[in-house]
Design a protein around this ligand. Sequence first.
Ligand code: ADP
Ligand code: MG
Length: 423
Amino acid sequence: MENYALSFENVTVAFGEVEVLRNFSCDIKKGEFVSVIGPNGSGKSTMINAILQSIRTKSGEIYLNGKNNKDYSSKQRAQYAAVVPQVFSTSFAFKAWDVVMMGRNPYLSRMQSETAEDVAIVEEAMRITNTLHLKDRKITSLSGGERQRVIIAGALAQKPKLLILDEPTNHLDIHHTLEILQLVKKLNVEEGLTVFAVLHDINMAARFSDRLILMKNGVNVKTGTIEEIVNEETLKPVYMIDMVVKNNPLTQSLEMVALRKKTDEIKTDAAKVHVISGGGSGAVILEKLKRTGYRVTSGVLNLGDSDYDLCHFLEIPTVTEAPYNNISDEVHRKNVSVMNDSEVIIITDVPIGNGNLKNIEALNEINLEGKKIYVLPSENRDYTEGKKADRIIGELVEKGIAGYIRLNELVEKIEGYSLVERV
Ligand code: ADP
Ligand code: MG
């Protein structure tokens, strides 16, 4: 059997009758960075407390470096694994230096005082966590971020092979969150430190970890690579929110954007709105409509168009055409029927050329009775021969069916549910 840094084998923890960790298993390879994610109360901290034996397991076994956790003395365990708990309470105002020096305790026999080596290790741990300048400060006087870095320095002073962190960036601002996770990642990559972290921020977990463990209600829902876990299909049922997952080109990692709780669904009395856009011109409107609870459709958009991507993420039904293709007759017919079904049509300032002219021509083929058309003004909308799009829109404006509106006014109407005047 491979010697894992950390293994849980069917571990169950119960408080009274309630099992808050149920049959939990995982194997963390040496050198891996594995994060545990999951909603509050899913048993993440329980898992870590079980390693520390601060709570008892009902059944199952935990192994550290291939040896049963029960066969370690707490000092021996601390030489292999350092744990940064979710809550670090200090009733005594230790100096930061002394807090970090406590990390050397596992190596000191009783009454033995610290050696020059211990001092050097503490200094180094404080240097890399950027806390050396705080060494004489009382731990109680430090800010949340400073204190957390000192506590991590203490964990590093243990010279562990395995670093276990429980929400190490809780309550920290984004700057300190990144600082801490980048440091941990660096130690992981450069020194081969194995990292097992509870991170409630899915995006941070996705960005820094090799693998994820997804928990809910004490049960391991799924363990896998970032791609296997950070996708809508896997996360939605666990978090019960509407979300989109996309690749962030800046960080090259998958990101989850929470949109809203699953419960406030579409408002059935809000109008059905169809958006004619493309190339990102619909982004603000599409997002606003969807978020405010309208029944939105869009099209025709080419696959790969940025408005198409957005519609896909927002789960807006979209009539689509193949990339770079002109709108075919078949797709056009589908679009006409979708537009017929809507009460409001919004035309963004998307440029109209021969490829997407059919979106405008469709306005002449649908039943316009009771429909309201909003047009965002554009200096140069029409690139077609004979300015066909401008002509069609102009006629509709003249008839009072369509009207020009500025983006901010349109957004106000969307938010005020006043796109259609209802009697
Ligand atoms: P997480 O860290 O994922 O938010 P926890 O492991 O802290 O979740 O808690 C898991 C469940 O166990 C929660 O329902 C919590 O209320 C319960 N729990 C935690 N500690 C105790 C305890 N000492 N006594 C009773 N229930 C507890
Ligand atoms: Mg917790």
